[in-house]
Design a protein around this ligand. Structure first.
Ligand code: GDP
Ligand code: IMO
Ligand code: MG
Length: 422
């Protein structure tokens, strides 16, 4: 029986999930995006050419892999069409792309609401991607959302009209510009025509594929500390990017899950507001940002940078049942002279590996660091773990020793080939 392999973000996103997915999907029959929407930005470099995926599973680059947008995803039709067109222009077929009939549609009122809510939060803003993600999930759970299966039928007009009228009442009460229902409906009916051929019962496709023992790969978006339940609430996204979201966002049961790979960087980064204990809001953080080109794929915002936090990583291992780690940007961290690794928290004098997203707990913790030598040198031609420089080995071995999960992939550069498979 083949099992479903899963790739998840371990921290605050942007750990390089795209690159690992790209590698694993070469041998996969099916690759699936499970949750989130175009708040995600997954970069893959193929022979120097850069692809940024926001909605389509990166597995689309493998010609024989079916690429599924699962029922847990929220889909902005306009963005999806742009992504389809861009792939086709680059010579990649989208004939293997399927969108779940149960995925919810992000409408313009979701995007406007996202902006309005952020504006109103003032200094307590979350720093969302302003892509309408939170409001689209709100409507899903409030049961007024529009699913793809309604979007592509005549039901759409009535549902959209009712929703736009209701949202306009909210906009009016905030003196925020209202939306022109007819204009939006006409525009979105055109998008629906383009997307209709891609809309399928993906749950059915997945179940058939499981029956046929095909290889399935689930592509996580966002990450553990951005999870609506397990992350640093309210500075999180509005879905479950952790292992539970894989099951509810696809229709795959727990017994079919095989390897669960947690992707991380050899340091940490974050976009948006919220606690980040090992952040280096100083020259070190700036240096890491420049060395690692840490600017958002989706919003181009400079990412906050800091040291790797093993207390948080251990939590991510537990939450997701990680069976292996994929650690990227080992080349980047290796350019520093000295590296700090957070191996415990000091909470009011008590040193432990206890993790909690409780804001009071976090604000009373300081990281306990171990120092490592950097200067790893050029890693570009290294293809085995054994051949890594001693300083890199010491750093990676200490990570494995503390979190007790084996490192299965080591990223040594941004290109798809810059990877050591352990
Ligand atoms: P994702 O959202 O988790 O898929 O990650 P992003 O694509 O948003 O951000 C990861 C960035 O790091 C991208 O620009 C990648 O090209 C780059 N990257 C991934 N792995 C490595 C690595 O091992 N070394 C270097 N230098 N860059 C990497
Ligand atoms: P990938 O898949 C990094 C962050 C936003 C913000 C918070 C809420 O590329 O790793 P939202 O628009 O989701 O309501 O914003 O979540 N965020 C991400 N940060 N990588 C991502 O995705 C993210 N998706 C959302 O910056 O802090
Ligand atoms: Mg990203």
């Amino acid at each position: 029986m083949s099992k479903v392999n899963v790739v998840l973000g371990s921290f605050f996103g942007d750990e390089g999930k795209g690159k690992i997915i790209d590698y694993l999907s070469t041998n996969a029959d099916v690759s699936i995006r499970c949750s989130g929407g175009n708040n995600a930005g997954h970069t893959i470099k193929v022979n120097g050419e850069k692809f940024a995926f926001h909605l389509i599973p990166s597995g689309i680059l493998s010609p024989n892999t079916k690429a599924l947008i699962g029922n847990g995803v929220v889909v902005d039709p306009k963005v999806l069409i742009e992504e389809i067109n861009s792939l086709e222009q680059h010579g990649y077929s989208t004939k293997n792309l399927f969108i779940s009939n149960k995925a919810h549609v992000i409408m313009p009122y979701h995007i406007e609401l996202d902006k309005l809510l952020e504006e109103n939060r003032g200094s307590a803003k979350i720093g969302t991607t302003a892509r309408g993600i939170g409001p689209a999930y709100c409507d899903k759970y409030e049961r007024s959302g529009i699913r793809m299966e309604d979007f592509i039928t005549s039901n759409f007009r009535e549902l959209a009209l009712r929703n736009i009228e209701n949202k306009n009442k909210i906009f009016k009460s905030f003196n925020y510009p209202t939306l022109d229902a007819n204009k939006i409906i006409e525009e979105y009916e055109e998008y629906a025509k383009i997307l209709a051929p891609y809309v399928k019962d993906t749950i059915n496709i997945i179940h058939k594929s499981l029956d046929n023992n095909e290889t399935i790969l689930c592509e996580g978006a966002q990450a553990t500390l951005l999870d609506i339940d397990f992350g640093t609430y309210p500075y999180v996204t509005s879905s479950n990017p952790t292992i539970g979201g894989v099951c509810t966002g696809t229709g795959i049961g727990a017994k079919d899950i095989g390897e669960v790979y947690g992707v991380l960087k050899a340091y940490s980064s974050k976009v948006g507001e919220g606690p980040f204990l090992t952040e280096q809001d100083n020259e070190i953080g700036n240096t890491i940002r420049e060395l690692g080109h840490e600017y958002g794929t989706t919003t181009k915002r400079p990412r906050r940078c800091g040291w790797l936090d093993l207390v948080a990583l251990k939590y991510a291992c537990r939450i997701n049942g990680l069976t292996g780690l994929a650690i990227n940007h080992v080349d980047t961290i290796g350019k520093l002279d000295k590296i700090q690794l957070c191996v415990a928290y000091n909470h009011k004098g008590k040193i432990s590996m206890d993790f909690s997203t409780n804001p009071t707990y976090i604000s009373n913790c300081t990281p306990v660091y171990e120092e490592f030598d950097g200067n790893f040198g050029d890693l570009s031609n290294i293809k085995t773990k054994e051949d890594l420089p001693e300083n890199a080995k010491k750093y990676l071995e200490r990570i494995e020793e503390i979190v007790q999960v084996p490192i299965k992939f080591i990223g040594t550069g941004s290109d798809r080939n810059d990877m050591i498979i352990c």
